[in-house]
Design a protein around this ligand. Sequence first.
Ligand SMILES: NC(=O)c1ccc[n+]([C@@H]2O[C@H](COP(=O)([O-])OP(=O)(O)OC[C@H]3O[C@@H](n4cnc5c(N)ncnc54)[C@H](OP(=O)(O)O)[C@@H]3O)[C@@H](O)[C@H]2O)c1
Length: 326
Amino acid sequence: MARERLRVTLSGATGETGAEIANAILDLSDTFHLTALARPASANKPEYENFKKRGASIIVADLGTVNDHLVSILKGCDIVVCAITLEGLDPRPMNNLATAAQHAGVKRFIPSLFGPVCPPRGVALIRDLKEDMIDHIKNLNLPYTLVDVGWWYQMSLPAVPSGRLDHLLVFPITTITGSGNVECAMTDKRDIGRYVARIIADPQTLNRSVFLYNEIWTQNKLFDLVERLSGETIPRQHETQEDLKLKIDSAKKRWNDGDETALAPFVMMAYYYTLWIRGDNTPAKARGLGYLIANDMYPDIKSTSLEDYVNGLLDGDIGRIYVGRR
Ligand SMILES: NC(=O)c1ccc[n+]([C@@H]2O[C@H](COP(=O)([O-])OP(=O)(O)OC[C@H]3O[C@@H](n4cnc5c(N)ncnc54)[C@H](OP(=O)(O)O)[C@@H]3O)[C@@H](O)[C@H]2O)c1
């Protein structure tokens, strides 16, 4: 007798992370059926038409409240994956989706973490907000899996002096943080979906945290790599821990005083502090925080090396992220 497919509902399918998850799930059509939730203002995006052609169901849903329509959509669904961003730092859409999933009896909820390893609270603002959302899920007694993915290659590269990578780098790195010798687990965003598809179907990961990554790099080694592959010498400026801390405190103060433009630098510099000064984002630290390591569990998944990724950019085979948005 044919095995029943797992019914997965995904919110945020048009995003960078969500699209990778949608594609991986649609590639495994014997295992999964995908329903993508589109928010009303985005229902006409062409991405949804493409997913539909590949077998997904598309349903328009508003996450602004916990409403009967949302609960009815989620009834009978096995797994809900949330890959939305914290727009305006507002946790309500994800919390509403979790509450509706609990009302509907969903068997597993995956909140939108998909970040680097970072201790809970007090280190990075976005992590703090995500920890609050994890608390909400646990308060609901909703079965969950927490997935973190390291730091994207796509956010980590320096520009090269000739300018030939400029149009491909959304967040070019201009300064090495601290010594540049701190290790960091890095991931090609394009590999996340295949890992997530395995993790969400695996009984071992229920009510657990799972960490996945591709490779470990330091910023100095990363700059060395880009220099070797591009043949260009990249100027190296280092920012000390003290300078970074002062900048974080100043951005935080400006933001607390009502300057919205200070939020993005505050968020990003706090990430640099946890990644490149504290060295939180490693598999060893993840193990210490109780994570399972996906690389150990699914060794057959082949992921992209940073070297191949950089070569792909230099050869023009790999494009930009957040096209038309940032
Ligand atoms: N590890 C890393 O290095 C790294 C890097 C970047 C992001 N992340 C994390 O990855 C996760 C996803 O971020 P991303 O950058 O991939 O996302 P993104 O590309 O910015 O896309 C955001 C998605 O969320 C949807 N969305 C936003 N607000 C919504 C709402 N109120 N209701 C319904 N849908 C909503 C958007 O839908 P529309 O089409 O309707 O706009 C879109 O599909 C986040 O948790 C983020 O922190 C991690």
